[in-house]
Write a protein that binds this ligand. Structure first.
Ligand SMILES: Oc1ccccc1CN[C@@H]1C=C[C@@H](O)[C@H](O)[C@H]1O
Length: 327
């Protein structure tokens, strides 16, 4: 059976794709996934590189692929501190714009993007990674926060809801299962809900590795976020064979032990997802197969990684069996 068929009674199964992988991996994608996310093509810098110029071609080729194969889409992402062009925050003289100017630019971007993609996606990451990982500040320093103020998040959700009342609107973040970050994300979203901001869900990115986070920490995060009465999506899942701090560059393929541990971790994580499937709308892998993963360039540049359930040749790994052979 295919991945999305196995999970049809639980949640959507998605993959992050780009204009290259939708061509090279089209069979694997159309067979195993019923949701796709554009890895980069719907980010601010790629849709709206200059104030009066929108470039939708690359994103449209991905949407066309999804339509051809009856695959649903989730949008990523409208507001982020990364991959956003400097022009958004500056006026002609290069100094920072005012709160009003930036709010107008944000509203216009969101309205234009939502109106362009006529058929609404089932969900959108409205704000990505606004919470500071460590320390006393709740929000990460960014031009969005510096120029607009703390309510840039509220405003983004209101602009998105006004432009697209159909899609589910998400706050998305990483390290979401680390207790300290979990409580900060919870506090941010609890405030949004309390103010009546139109947020529908929390995206747990799920960039994990063989050793971290523990299954228990992931369970606690799912329970904590679900207690807000919101939907959950696992939005960018991969299980790196290296710990975040591990900078080794000697491997040209994963060791058998790594693949065994990875398969066990995928088995336990998906067992947990099935247990909480009433709260989980989708599980998206941040890539299609080990042939291409963003982790081969992060956190160590040019260091191959093997984090997904299909190998570099598109063949199912032991991890694939461990998440499909459960009944
Ligand atoms: O795991 C992390 C650690 C530090 C910073 C960001 C991240 C994850 N950040 C994600 C990863 C890749 C990008 O393509 C996504 O848009 C972004 O949401």
């Amino acid at each position: 059976m295919t991945l999305h068929e196995v999970y049809k009674d639980y949640f959507r199964i998605g993959a992050a794709v780009n204009t290259k992988t939708v061509l090279e991996d089209k069979d694997l994608i159309s067979t195993h996934f019923n949701s796709i996310t554009a890895e980069n093509e719907m980010k601010f810098e790629l849709l709206h590189p200059r104030e009066n110029e929108y470039t939708f071609e690359a994103a449209d080729s991905i949407v066309d692929f999804a339509k051809q194969h009856n695959i649903e889409m989730r949008g990523h992402t409208l507001v982020w501190h990364n991959q956003t062009p400097r022009w958004v925050f500056e006026n002609e003289s290069g100094s920072l714009v005012t709160r009003e100017v930036l709010l107008n630019r944000l509203q216009e971007h969101i309205k234009t993007v939502m109106e362009h993609f006529k058929d609404p996606f089932y969900s959108w990451d409205v704000v990505n990674e606004a919470v500071e990982d460590h320390g006393n500040f709740l929000l990460r320093k960014s031009p969005w926060l510096e120029i607009i103020g703390e309510d840039f998040i509220d405003k983004a959700f209101y602009f998105a809801k006004e432009a697209n009342p159909v899609s589910n609107l998400y706050y998305n973040d990483y390290n979401e299962s680390h207790p300290e970050k979990r409580e900060k994300i919870y506090k941010l979203v609890e405030g949004l809900v309390a103010r009546g901001v139109p947020i529908d869900g929390i995206g747990l990115q799920g960039h994990w590795n063989l050793n971290n986070p523990s299954i228990e920490d992931i369970r606690k995060a799912i329970e904590r976020y679900a207690s807000l009465g919101l939907k959950l999506e696992i939005t960018e899942m991969d299980i790196s064979v290296f710990d975040f701090e591990d900078t080794r560059t000697d491997l040209v393929q994963p060791t058998n032990q790594m693949l065994e541990i990875q398969a066990e971790k995928y088995e336990n994580v998906f067992k947990l997802f099935r247990e909480y499937s009433e709260h989980i709308e989708s599980v998206t892998f941040w890539g299609v197969s080990d042939r291409y993963t963003w982790l081969s360039d992060f956190p160590v540049k040019d260091r191959k990684n093997w984090p997904l359930v299909f190998d570099k040749d598109g063949k199912p790994k032991k991890s694939f069996e461990s998440i499909t052979d459960f009944f």
